[in-house]
Design a protein around this ligand. Structure first.
Ligand code: NAI
Length: 468
């Protein structure tokens, strides 16, 4: 049976591409090596971590966040098994949802390891060793990414004491001391989870700031907020060793600028130093598919590799390793394969860190604008001056709008605050339409909402805010 399209990998890039292609009339099959669909994001990444972030936040709130509101709770206890049960149920509902959508769209699925035999041919090796060969007009590589480990450091991740994000969402007890290697998104999200549940958390980060690449002002204030929540930071510190000990593990690090090495003991070490494209066993070399110097599948502007009929999207290609970027690439590629004009606007891809408060950004940072020599203006508004934020005791954070000095076109928006991950999308829509800070500031916003801070920051960008 020949297909129009076989997608290898069913993460957010792969499954969305498959569904869109089926909607556009193609005969589609997917190949997945896990027993369930949804890839890293649904099984061991975004979705389970958000279930734990929510549950741990409720726990922290109930433990010590309500008295000022007149809600007195005593004797809050943690049932970690039950919390993990909530996480597992959330994952199941999501992966089952993808299976349902495949059926609904008449997408055939093959569970096993997919390998490209040649353009137009994919083999699937099941767990029991049986091999099936499938024929197709087009192949999409959507195999995602895997834990990168610490560059230059040999670390044995056992997912019990020395864990990646996979083990970090499945610990069977709250560690006394968790050392997080890497102050990026995973480190700060999972560090927050275990800190809220009672662990002492120490982050060791190579750079001088957390969330490298984020707007500098946002990163600084965010670190202060997390420090207030009890997370400790060692910045400008390069981890040179992680070893298991009799009682747990030890982490050795040294100042990047030079100086003496230090060692700290941990019950659990979370290694969160990035991810790398996953291409092992795919047969890319034999099929002649070219990788770039960072091991990513090389593609052109239409997601085509150098081999006709083979395409790639998501974490396995260049660009931010984000589920929604992969999804949009999946849609664009399916449209291109259907003869339409699929397109992704890489200038407007929001990024969210799901801590409390959340951090969200879209477009350029102030540092990027400076480096590019763009003349810009800045408007800021703090949540301390927002009525709704006061009512909810959610005054941490601010909104920052960056707009072109001459045209007023919004070039970047950065938010720390409760619900920042939702608020950011009004900026994304505005930027998608090439809107200005005046457009945003003159748009009527419901009162009282957190969104009014976005409007006020826009007002501050082109003239003056009202409530400051
Ligand atoms: P990351 O690239 O965000 O952060 C890794 C950090 O480790 C960097 O700040 C780096 O400077 C530091 N580091 C590297 N080597 C080090 C060393 N030897 N010593 C100390 N620090 C060191 O990677 P992360 O957090 O592992 O996330 C992986 C990917 O998953 C990212 O692309 C991220 O965007 C994505 N992700 C996105 C989420 C979201 O959008 N909310 C959630 C989780 C992951």
């Amino acid at each position: 049976m020949a297909y129009d399209l076989i997608v290898i990998g069913t993460g957010p890039g792969g499954y969305v591409c498959a569904i869109k292609a089926a909607q556009l009339g193609m005969k589609v099959a997917v190949v997945e090596k896990r027993a369930t669909f949804g890839g890293t994001c649904l099984n061991i990444g975004c979705i389970p971590s958000k279930a734990l972030l929510h549950a741990s936040e409720v726990f922290a709130h109930a433990s010590h966040g309500m008295a000022d509101l007149g809600v007195e709770v005593s004797g809050t206890t943690l049932n970690l098994d039950k919390m993990m049960g909530h996480k597992d149920a959330t994952v199941k509902a999501n992966v089952d949802g993808v299976a349902f959508l495949f059926k609904k769209n008449k997408i055939e699925s093959f569970i096993g390891t997919g390998k490209i035999v040649s353009a137009g041919k994919v083999s699937v090796t099941a767990d029991d060793g049986t091999v099936q060969e499938l024929e197709t007009k087009n192949i999409v590589i959507a195999t995602g990414s895997d834990v990168a480990g610490i560059p230059g450091v040999a670390v044995e991740i056992d997912e019990k004491v020395i864990v990646s994000s996979t083990g970090g969402i499945a610990l069977d007890k709250v560690p006394g001391h968790m050392v997080v290697v890497g102050g990026g998104v995973i480190g700060l999200e999972l560090g927050s989870v275990w800190s809220r549940l009672g662990a002492k958390v120490t982050v060791v980060e190579y750079l001088d700031s957390i969330l490298g690449g984020m707007d500098g002002e946002v990163s600084k204030q965010f670190q202060r907020i997390l420090a207030k929540q009890g997370i400790e930071f060692n910045l400008g510190a390069k981890v040179t060793g992680v070893e298991k000990t009799e009682s747990g593990a030890k982490v050795t690090f040294e100042p990047v600028k030079g100086g003496d090495a230090q060692t700290i003991d941990a019950d659990v070490v979370l290694v969160a130093t990035g991810r790398k494209p996953f291409t092992a066993g795919l047969g890319l070399e034999e099929a002649g598919v070219v990788l770039d110097n960072r091991g990513r599948v090389e593609i052109n502007g239409h997601y085509a590799t150098n081999v006709a009929g083979i395409y790639a999207i998501g974490d396995v290609v260049k660009g931010p390793m984000l589920a929604h970027k992969a999804e949009d690439e999946g849609v664009a590629l399916a449209e291109i394969l259907a003869g339409q004009h699929g397109h992704v606007n890489y200038d407007v891809i929001p990024g969210v860190v799901y801590t409390q408060p959340e951090v969200a950004s879209v477009g350029k940072t102030e540092e990027e604008l400076k480096a590019a020599g763009v003349s810009y203006k800045v408007g800021k508004f703090p949540f301390t001056a927002n009525g709704r934020a006061r009512a909810m005791q959610a005054t941490d954070g601010f909104v920052k709008v960056l707009a072109d000095k001459d045209t007023d076109r919004v070039l970047g928006v950065h938010i720390i605050g409760l619900g920042a991950g939702e608020l950011i999308h009004e900026a994304a829509v505005l930027m998608e339409f090439g809107g200005s800070s005046e457009d945003l500031g003159r748009t009527c916003h419901a009162h009282p909402t957190m969104s009014e801070a976005v409007k006020e920051a826009a007002l501050a960008t082109f003239f003056k805010p009202i409530h400051m």
